[in-house]
Design a protein around this ligand. Structure first.
Ligand code: MRU
Length: 351
């Protein structure tokens, strides 16, 4: 993407650090961070400097590689223990997006697969896996975007929630990929973009990415979606996802579930854009997905000059689970799945 000097997550030139665009500073400031210490890598995820399920996965792969460089031992067993510790440490930063633990698991598996090699060579194998995770995401986003284009017509008004664009993934994005690719192919879409309380990923990131890409965008508050749907002004809802269970129940940014209920009521297609790295077949349903709870300050005082509410309790779940049966289709890099998802997802990915 033109507004990004390079991918939003990448390995540094000397390959000893992970470079990210600090998403907490956007849209006001484009600041790149170069990270190599365990605590700062952990904090980057925890504090949403890097965010969006696929981007977190790509970041985690590179992060474990970078941390492996600091493990000074020739003993493979000791090395494996340390790699697993780093993987578990990063996994504990945020619980909901499965891409994080999928990526660290893949890195650990790589290290174990090559345990007959000297430590220096295992580190090289880990690097290759981290790069593969990144490259595969670019490819998946492209394919998801192509499938997405088969579901829309030129001139569509698309409602988005949270941010599932290039910043949250690589290149095109998932939820925004259809709009981005469509723009390149000459489609004219209009996006209504939910601001996405409390951390405003829609206002700060989605409206920024879409307008930078030259796509017509109108920012709305989260509670305005029903108003627009009732007037027939929304042709489809596009969202990304953080973890999709085997039955299609989908964890995504808080507010997604209520949007799906509204879309169902007003007969608006509700589409989830999902790379296979976000499907967790070990979760039978949404009940098996851990939801992250975050600090009350994000509701009460963040983005305000002074706290805008009294010092009362705040409840701040970062995600909710949309029932599979309310999802019109789940668009993956291998094709478009429809309800019942136990069957359609398994057919595409487990057969
Ligand atoms: O808390 P965040 O900003 O990491 O939440 C992100 C989302 O909910 C996105 O919609 C999701 O990760 C999909 S990104 C392609």
């Amino acid at each position: 993407m033109e507004y990004l000097k390079s991918d939003s997550v990448r390995l540094s030139e000397d390959e000893r650090s992970v470079v990210i665009i600090d998403q907490t500073k956007l849209p006001g400031k484009t600041e790149y961070l170069t990270l190599s210490e365990a605590d700062e890598l952990f904090d980057a995820i925890k504090l949403l400097k890097v965010r969006g399920a696929p981007a977190i996965g790509i970041f985690a792969g590179y992060a474990v590689y970078v941390l492996s460089l600091g493990i000074e031992t020739e003993d493979v067993s000791t090395f494996l223990v340390r790699i697993k510790e780093y993987a578990a440490f990063l996994d504990s930063s945020r619980p909901t997006a499965v891409n994080l633990s999928m990526a660290t698991k893949r890195i650990v598996e790589t290290a174990e697969e090559y345990k007959e090699l000297p430590v220096a060579e295992i580190k090289e194998k880990i690097k290759s896996t981290a790069i593969a995770i990144h490259k595969e995401d670019i490819e998946m986003c492209r394919k998801i975007s192509e499938y997405g284009l088969t579901l829309v017509k030129d001139g569509y008004n698309i409602l988005t929630h949270c941010n599932a664009g290039p910043l949250a993934t690589s290149r095109y994005g998932t939820g925004l990929g259809t709009l981005m690719l469509g723009k390149e192919k000459g489609y004219t879409f209009h996006a209504f973009c939910d601001e996405t309380r409390p951390l405003l990923q829609g206002a700060r990131l989605t409206s920024y990415e879409l307008s930078k890409a030259g796509i017509d965008v109108t920012l709305i508050c989260d509670n305005m979606a029903g108003f627009l749907m009732k007037q027939g002004k929304i042709d489809a809802v596009f969202v990304g996802c953080d973890r999709v269970a085997a039955n299609g129940d989908t964890a995504n940014k808080i507010g997604t579930s209520s949007l799906s209920v509204l879309a169902h009521y007003y007969n608006v297609p509700f589409y989830v854009f999902c790379p296979s790295t976000t499907i967790d077949f070990s979760a039978k349903s949404g009940a098996d997905i851990e939801i992250e709870y975050r600090e009350p300050e994000e509701i009460r005082s963040m983005f305000y000059e002074r706290p805008m509410a009294p010092d009362v309790k705040c409840l701040n779940p970062a995600f909710d689970v949309t029932d599979g049966k309310l999802i019109t289709a789940i668009i993956t890099e291998k094709g478009i799945c429809r309800y019942p998802y136990e069957k359609s997802l398994a057919e595409l990915f487990l057969s």
